[in-house]
Write a new protein. Sequence first.
Length: 197
Amino acid sequence: MDISGHNHLPPELQPHDHDHGAGKPRWLPLALGLLVILVAALALLNRERFAKAPAPVAETPAAEEPTPTPAPVAEVPVVKPAPKPVVKPKPATTTTAKTASATAGPHLTAAVTANGINLNWTASSLANFAGYKIVRSADNPNPAYPADGYIRFQTDRSNTNYLDTGGERGRSYYYRICAVSTDGKVSCGNVVEVAGD
């Protein structure tokens, strides 16, 4: 073993004179070159990946469904009920007289009094006048002379009223005046109903 202090390394392992004082290993430039190539390759890969990425598709808004139009509804006619007839009660202490059919004979009106039924009529213009037959019926709404008889016979043409006191109080009667002539003609007027209490 040589301890003279001389370096007996083979020539290929001997340090070169131009490397003295540099202090840099040989592999450093090679490593830097590889690092640059690696960074470039990564940048290229990223660019290709972004280039191949599909473009964002704009979302198409969903078409709004049309609002359904309601079908026309046929109007149902409103049927109003017929008004109910109002029945007016009769006063307890009065009696009414109702005029029925009118003819060419004497026109009769009737009024209830405390003493009886007061009858008044128009004068007859019948030719050959003989008199007035005053007809009263309790059950025939259309009394006439001679079928229903009479309660009084007045021969004066101008005497056109009569107070009937023979009726039964509280009972309804139908009155009529019939003018008669001497040759048998009969002309009856309207019918008046007098209702009892």
